[in-house]
Design a protein around this ligand. Structure first.
Ligand SMILES: *[C@@H]1O[C@H](CO)[C@@H](O)[C@H](O)[C@H]1NC(C)=O
Ligand SMILES: *[C@@H]1O[C@H](CO)[C@@H](O)[C@H](O)[C@H]1NC(C)=O
Ligand SMILES: *[C@@H]1O[C@H](CO)[C@@H](O)[C@H](O)[C@H]1NC(C)=O
Ligand SMILES: *[C@@H]1O[C@H](CO)[C@@H](O)[C@H](O)[C@H]1NC(C)=O
Ligand SMILES: *[C@@H]1O[C@H](CO)[C@@H](O)[C@H](O)[C@H]1NC(C)=O
Length: 255
């Protein structure tokens, strides 16, 4: 098993050089714009006219990346002090919900929900509360998936762990079980204070339309772009945005 260690260097993969290949020049196309001496398509790049450069930054997951003295970045993970990028603080405690972000997609803003021991963009949280535990069952927010660093925010004895499967899917254990199927990485993703939620080594997230077992409707299943995993063209990238919560549990257990 690979351990969940996060060397900062791995985040270099999230940085994109602004010297990156600009889109091919077709000056006759009115859709292209000029940035310094480069032509670019506004749906793929954005022009950052900073003090130091006319830099192109790519549009990722429907959002223009910001420029930091020649490096492109998302503020969901990094901050720029004018000359250098620094990784934002990671959440060390507390619970949070996630929402999907990709302004180009209909699911933009939808909650990330837990169901079938996996995570989905939109839809409903699948939960269970045994009647013999009493009024605590009425204390949970309705239809809300709350997690912490590597665990589901539940009260069921033994808890429920979050892990990554070999196909990149984010998964969680069943109540009363420690079985982690097709395990790739222990623990959940990296959550940033006031920022985003990324894969076990800082990978970007992606969602694919799949038909869950026992259903006849497609739903958007959540994955991380783990090294070596290929995703069909029907999948789309997204950011997951972290929203801090005050409460310790969102359900007795998620199912
Ligand atoms: C930005 O951060 C870098 C690296 O930590 C540091 O060398 C530099 O002095 C900082 N610049 C400002 C303006 O704070
Ligand atoms: C709880 O959520 C379900 C699914 O969205 C909804 O049908 C139901 O009306 C909600 N119940 C309350 C009390 O808000
Ligand atoms: C494990 O992976 C195999 C092969 O991809 C798949 O058929 C199986 O359903 C997976 N099991 C679980 C519990 O996810
Ligand atoms: C899908 O499943 C639902 C509930 O089981 C059923 O009512 C519906 O007719 C099904 N739709 C199709 C297209 O099979
Ligand atoms: C957290 O609790 C405080 C005080 O009860 C409340 O004002 C605030 O809105 C809560 N925040 C969230 C995210 O629920």
């Amino acid at each position: 098993m690979k351990s969940t260690v996060y060397p900062l260097t791995i985040f270099a993969s999230l940085l994109v050089s602004t010297k990156a290949t600009p889109v091919p020049v077709d000056v006759s196309s009115t859709s292209l714009k000029e940035c310094g001496d480069q032509w670019y398509s506004p749906c793929s790049y954005t022009c950052r006219v900073g003090a130091d450069s006319n830099a192109l930054c790519p549009v990722v997951n429907g959002e223009a990346m910001d420029d930091c003295a020649g490096a492109c970045y998302t503020p969901l993970c990094y901050s720029c002090n004018g000359t250098a990028l620094a990784e934002n603080p990671r959440k060390s405690s507390g619970t949070f919900t996630l929402t999907a972000s990709n302004p180009d997609q209909a699911f933009d803003g939808q909650p990330i929900q837990a169901a079938g021991n996996h995570f989905w963009v939109g839809g409903h949280a699948a939960t269970y509360c045994p009647s013999n535990v009493g009024s605590i069952c009425n204390s949970f927010p309705n239809d809300t998936t709350i997690i912490g660093n590597g665990y589901m925010a539940t009260v069921v004895p033994g808890g429920q762990e979050i892990y990554w499967q070999t196909d990149g899917a984010l998964a969680f254990t069943q109540a009363h079980s420690i079985s982690e199927f097709n395990l790739s990485y222990y623990g959940g993703g990296i959550a940033y204070e006031g920022g985003g939620y990324f894969g076990p080594n800082g990978e970007d997230l992606i969602t694919c339309p799949v038909t869950p077992e026992g259903s006849n409707m497609t739903a958007w299943k959540l994955f991380a772009r783990l090294v070596g995993v290929e995703f069909p063209g029907s999948c789309v990238g997204l950011y997951a945005v972290v929203h801090d919560q005050n409460i310790t549990a969102g359900a007795w257990q998620y199912t």
